[in-house]
Design a protein around this ligand. Structure first.
Ligand code: HEC
Length: 440
């Protein structure tokens, strides 16, 4: 049954074509009283009625295979059945009825119902934004005006799920997981849908982003079939993933306000300028990169993502990753000019491995917070001309590292609390680099 149902989308073009052909003849011969013209029109109508009935039956079998949005399916199904019925009636009355008003009304109704059935059929398979999705930007912007705006109310009153998470999911996931279409039996357009999850159940594990199905699928290498969004579709960017992670880590609640959740500096950087933190990269020029290389890194299990759509900046996330080894870091060297941000917080990175990191010339942000890094590691770091943020809190570094830190020319902010540095040495650093913000 499922097999024959699959012919519905193919066969459906027959009655549509026949109806339009019959309508064409009707227009062409509207002044003619030649019996041949009537016969031709009726012949086409008869074929249309037959194929419409067969298509509708196949459609019924297809609908039984599930996975479609029920409201859209309801409209499509009943308008399809109505169309098959209307065409059959019209075929019967067309033989004798000569009343122009009846004919015009008949055609009007048929073409109207055909449009409805066709439109909702298209929405079932392609999602309701299918048409505008590939439209030129100018047209798209008319329909998707809030595309780049993350929050349009005061930060304090914004709800994390509604104002931050859903707009991202709307842009990148609803076309397949929305009210119109439930791929994987997952609807991300409603809270109920989020709660219920897809065919594999719960999406979220409160407090544990990496064990949450939704992020598991996002973090899969893009070449993998189960990666979300599927390859070829607009992908999530690093800041969007960071927001999802943050929200789930903080409990993944649907009602919480931004002001009630703990924000770290990274999240502030993303949220405060409404969207994206790519502004910190504006003075940087990096070459474009080879997408295949990016895919191969992702396939090797490295969480590396584009920093913002349409830029060549890459961000690497090794946070809480205990399996860091020199080989994995060396893989990244293929992208060393493009990597602008690396997060090793609470990971297994060690002093020796930092030598490799010294060779990334365009690093703007580096976090080593919560690792076993000590002065020996910091001494490997050559001068970075572009480094602006360095996070070293909760590490074992001492006063010895402060000289190295001082020599980083463009450093704007360094986090040093919970380290072995002394207040006297920190005071000296602050004095000699007045523009540097030292958080301790
Ligand atoms: C082009 C269509 C498409 C887009 C866009 C898309 N998905 Fe999917 N998604 C699918 C399909 C098809 C499946 C079912 C097959 C599978 O499990 O891989 C699926 C399955 C899933 C599942 C597994 C559900 C389960 O319980 O098995 C999750 C989770 C998921 N998607 C999340 C997302 C997220 C998050 C986004 C947006 C960032 C997204 N998807 C965007 C097509 C899409």
């Amino acid at each position: 049954m499922e097999f024959i149902g699959k012919f519905h989308p193919l066969l459906i073009h027959l009655p549509i074509g026949l109806i339009i052909a019959a309508f064409g003849l009707e227009l062409l011969f509207r002044k003619s009283s030649n019996p041949i013209s009537l016969k031709s029109i009726r012949f086409l109508l008869g074929l249309a009625a037959m194929t419409a009935i067969i298509s509708a039956s196949l459609g019924y079998f297809l609908s039984q295979t599930g996975g479609y949005d029920s409201e859209v399916l309801f409209i499509h199904q009943w308008s399809g059945i109505a169309l098959a019925f209307l065409i059959s009636i019209f075929y019967l009355i067309r033989k004798t009825n000569k009343n122009g008003t009846v004919l015009r009304a008949g055609w009007g109704v048929i073409l109207f119902v055909l449009t409805i059935a066709g439109h909702f059929g298209g929405s079932l398979t392609h999602g309701s934004e299918y048409l505008i999705e590939s439209a030129p930007d100018m047209i798209r912007n008319i329909f998707i005006s809030d595309q780049n705006k993350l929050i349009d109310k005061p930060l304090d009153s914004a709800i994390v799920f509604e104002d931050i998470i859903q707009p991202i999911i709307k842009r990148k996931c609803w076309s397949c997981h929305g009210n119109d279409k439930n791929q994987g039996r997952l609807n991300l357009q409603t809270v109920t849908g989020w709660d219920k999850g897809g065919k594999n159940g719960h999406l979220l594990k409160a407090g544990d982003p990496l064990a949450s199905l939704i992020l598991e699928r996002v973090y899969l290498p893009i070449a993998e079939e189960k990666h979300m969004p599927p390859s070829g579709k607009p992908q999530l960017i690093a800041s969007e993933v960071a927001l999802l992670e943050w929200w789930i880590a903080q409990g993944g609640d649907f009602k919480s306000k931004i002001s009630s959740l703990k924000r770290n500096q990274r999240i502030d950087q993303i949220i405060q300028p409404e969207f994206g933190n790519s502004d910190i990269y504006t003075e940087l020029e990096v070459p474009s990169f080879d997408g295949d290389v990016l895919n191969s890194l992702q396939s090797a299990g490295i969480r590396i993502l584009s920093a913002a759509q349409g830029t060549s900046f890459l961000e690497v996330n090794f946070s809480r990753d205990s399996l860091i080894n020199p080989d994995r870091l060396k893989l990244l060297q293929k992208m060393k000019n493009n990597i602008t941000r690396m997060d090793f917080s609470y990971s297994g990175v060690n002093n020796e491995q930092l030598e490799i990191l010294g060779q990334f010339p365009n690093l703007v942000y580096l976090s080593l917070a919560g690792t076993t890094i000590s002065d020996k590691g910091i001494s490997h770091l050559k001068r970075w001309d572009n480094l602006q943020y360095l996070n070293l809190h909760s590490t074992e570094i001492s006063d010895e590292s402060l000289n190295n830190i001082e020599s980083i020319p463009n450093l704007k902010k360094v986090f040093l609390w919970n380290t072995n540095t002394t207040e006297a040495a920190l005071a000296k650093l602050i004095k000699s680099k007045p523009k540097l913000k030292v958080d301790y």
